[in-house]
Design a protein around this ligand. Structure first.
Ligand SMILES: Nc1nc2c([nH]c(=O)n2[C@@H]2O[C@H](COP(=O)(O)OP(=O)(O)OP(=O)(O)O)[C@@H](O)[C@H]2O)c(=O)[nH]1
Length: 164
């Protein structure tokens, strides 16, 4: 076992938003300054003490994009081994509730179809987020078919018995 395996790094949770609108997804480019300069990411940020993941995400999206979102499905987390810490991305699918986006931190944003997303220069941990998102989308496409094939629900689950 490596010594580094014995030293537990602090875990930094980072809820991030896969914001969907009209079949497109918002990708945001980090600024030229700070960590991962000019890399593409899903907007979000570090969880603060006493906050839930969803509260954090709603706050971060307000701060970074000046919009409101409704938070929907939580996708699997992905981890990034960083210097002195483990970054844990916690992605949520979100829908936009308000329209006008004002960027306060990011260099720029793109609205892209899921097919177009992989072409960007993503932060490393986001590659796994993308993969999980694509699996989620595939599940969404399968579910309506399953619904069609499902036999009609029984109005009377087993035997209706005697109706008074
Ligand atoms: N919001 C967000 N952060 C990400 C993503 N991928 C990824 O590795 N990160 C990392 O997770 C951390 C999020 O912190 P933050 O949004 O508060 O950004 P920051 O530049 O202030 O953080 P830092 O200076 O501590 O690195 C950053 O280190 C960022 O590089 C992502 O998709 N979205």
């Amino acid at each position: 076992m490596l010594v580094s395996d014995l030293i537990k790094k602090p875990l930094v949770k980072v809820p991030c938003a896969i914001i969907e609108r009209g079949g497109k997804v918002l990708a945001a480019q980090r600024s030229a300054h700070g960590s991962l300069p000019m890399k593409w990411e899903f907007p979000g940020g570090k969880l603060e003490e006493g906050e839930s993941e969803v509260e954090c995400l709603v706050r971060e999206i307000r701060e970074e994009l000046s919009v409101e979102v409704v938070v929907e499905d939580r996708l699997p987390v992905t981890n990034r081994d960083d210097i002195g810490r483990m970054i844990q991305l916690v992605p949520f699918i979100c829908q936009l509730v308000t329209d006008e986006i004002i960027l306060t931190e990011h260099e720029q944003i793109f609205w892209l179809t899921p097919d177009e997303l992989p072409a960007l220069d993503w932060a490393e941990a986001d590659r796994d987020v993308l993969q999980n998102y694509f699996e989620h989308l595939a599940g969404r496409r399968i579910r309506p078919i399953q619904r069609l094939n499902r036999r009609k629900p029984d109005i009377f689950p087993t035997s209706p018995g005697k109706i008074e």
